[in-house]
Design a protein. Structure first.
Length: 234
């Protein structure tokens, strides 16, 4: 398996990461030695926060039922007694002007319902991930997007917004995507108001890490260049 601990260390060094990137994989089997998540959470993106803080665990569909929108993007059907929660949530969101119902069919979803979803810090992932979620200040997102563009793997998409969780299936299908997040995600994960997300397919990580080194060095040189130029021309 790829040395993901080394990859995380490289990203941290080149991008100045303050939060651990999160590896996510949707699978049909439970990885050996990985503990089942215990407890309840209000949203699927809460699992991102727990993994970024060091947790390695797997979830099953019922762990995602409390988040109707997240269950929708992850293609997890709600049980019959809770099926009303998705239309109820959408009715509320459309009623306050947050989203238009005609937008819903265009929201990316996982192509199939997962049996198990594994979450872990990138360096601790027990299996090959599908995607990796990076979060941090806009300046870090800028570096990741520049590295992705340089690598040739960046998705040709506008930056995604609500719901944040759609960035996972979007990245699986299309390549590296950025997301401004959404208010629900910010409440449940506690990310700072100035933080953005970048979600990267695992197949692109090696190449992206190499380009991140180049982009990090180039931006350091450009910072010195533009600082000196501003002083000289002001």
């Amino acid at each position: 398996m790829t040395d993901y601990r080394q990859l995380e260390e490289r990203f941290a060094a080149h991008l100045g990461l303050q939060r651990r990137p999160v590896a996510i994989v949707a699978t049909d089997t439970v990885p050996a030695g990985v503990a089942k998540f215990k407890g309840t959470v209000p949203s699927g993106c809460t699992f991102w926060r727990l993994a970024s803080e060091g947790g390695t665990f797997y979830t099953v569909p019922s762990d995602h039922y409390n988040c109707a929108v997240g269950a929708y993007t992850h293609n997890i059907p709600l049980p019959p007694d809770r099926e009303h929660e998705l239309p109820g949530t959408l009715d509320f969101m459309t009623g306050i002007g947050y989203i238009r119902m005609e937008e819903v069919p265009g929201i990316p979803r996982l192509p199939a319902s997962p049996t198990v979803i594994v979450y872990a810090p990138l360096g601790d992932t027990p299996v090959e991930p599908d995607v990796v979620v990076f979060s941090g200040p806009v300046s870090q997102g800028m570096l990741l997007q520049e590295a992705a563009s340089r690598s040739g793997w960046s998705a040709q998409l506008s930056t995604l917004g609500r719901p944040t969780c759609m960035a996972v299936p979007a990245a699986m299908a299309l390549g590296t995507v950025a997301s401004t997040g959404c208010v629900g995600n910010r409440v449940y994960t506690g990310v700072d108001t100035g933080d953005l997300y970048a979600v990267v397919p695992a197949r692109d990580l090696e190449r992206l890490a190499g380009e991140a080194a180049t982009i990090g060095s180039a931006n350091a040189a450009l910072l010195a260049y533009h600082t000196e130029r501003r002083q000289r021309l002001t």
